[in-house]
Design a protein around this ligand. Sequence first.
Ligand SMILES: NC(=O)NCCC(=O)O
Length: 428
Amino acid sequence: MAGAEWKSLEECLEKHLPLPDLQEVKRVLYGKELRTGRKRTGFYSPGLSLWPSQPSSPEPGLSSGCLAGSLSPTRAPSRKLDLPREAFEAASREDFELQGYAFEAAEEQLRRPRIVHVGLVQNRIPLPANAPVAEQVSALHRRIKAIVEVAAMCGVNIICFQEAWTMPFAFCTREKLPWTEFAESAEDGPTTRFCQKLAKNHDMVVVSPILERDSEHGDVLWNTAVVISNSGAVLGKTRKNHIPRVGDFNESTYYMEGNLGHPVFQTQFGRIAVNICYGRHHPLNWLMYSINGAEIIFNPSATIGALSESLWPIEARNAAIANHCFTCAINRVGTEHFPNEFTSGDGKKAHQDFGYFYGSSYVAAPDSSRTPGLSRSRDGLLVAKLDLNLCQQVNDVWNFKMTGRYEMYARELAEAVKSNYSPTIVKE
Ligand SMILES: NC(=O)NCCC(=O)O
């Protein structure tokens, strides 16, 4: 662990990064740049920039090494995972990125390690959004099949695809056809049947986020993740609880807020839950999956750079810390162009694309460690080896569940949602 000789993260980045890279790193790490008020860095005061406009040189006599750290038993960074050569060869042939990392937990006397390999898939849409619907779906099935085969070579036990993975993210258009034609039955639609085969063939739990059409209940559409057991049986489904009303994410035009609560799925490899995209901004949403016993919470997403890139590295990681569980954040890749122009209701010109989906999928652990992200620009498979014992180990150290005071919050929230509630504000 570094002492005072390692001055600051900011100074290290400034010293070692070329200016264009530094600007991008600042954008992702700190959000928008604050007004520049002083030239040196090293401390923050409101309204002033954390960053000088040019990289500065370190003060003489101070070391500026970029990493000095020892591993603590409760916070070991994920390390690279050895994956089979054939898997890398296949990934390269199929033109997608493959990365693997392992998280470790301390050895226990009474419990054996509870090892599970998860796979996170991020991808572009392979065909343009104006190709026939059936061709787009088939092309996506083919693409995902190729990636799942590599995941199988890597020993993946549970795989999760990106939000609404069988379609372009067309909700920005507000048009119904052809986009509603991508909706399928969660129980026996073509995509679920396709995933059942994958699950059975590869002995892998498959989390398949789709646009669901529930024809048993008035043909209502939902944003749903179907969870398919490694036996090939449909274990169940879960629905997106929070629908964005931000920017071009006009999703409430298409489907309703989920009505299935916070189910957790007991799989052979551990207890999992799915918090779909915009749900990651809602700490109570993560909390309820965790209270129901989730050890791994997947967050299949579709989100764009201008809107959320500075939120991305924080939210799922914070949820893993706050809830003593693993979280898996997955985002799609690329720019999707739509046949007709639409406006964003912001006075700006009509346009035909949503913005840039920046990938960057990652896994975060309860001890605050995380994997690096997949790239911003390529399809990819991230394999992470988890020891689920880490969840309880961190819980026993930090005790957030024990100190959570849920009863107090339940009481206060129950009051706060009443129409006659008046907030407690103490005034002079
Ligand atoms: N798909 C979705 O909910 N996107 C909303 C934007 C975001 O949450 O970053």
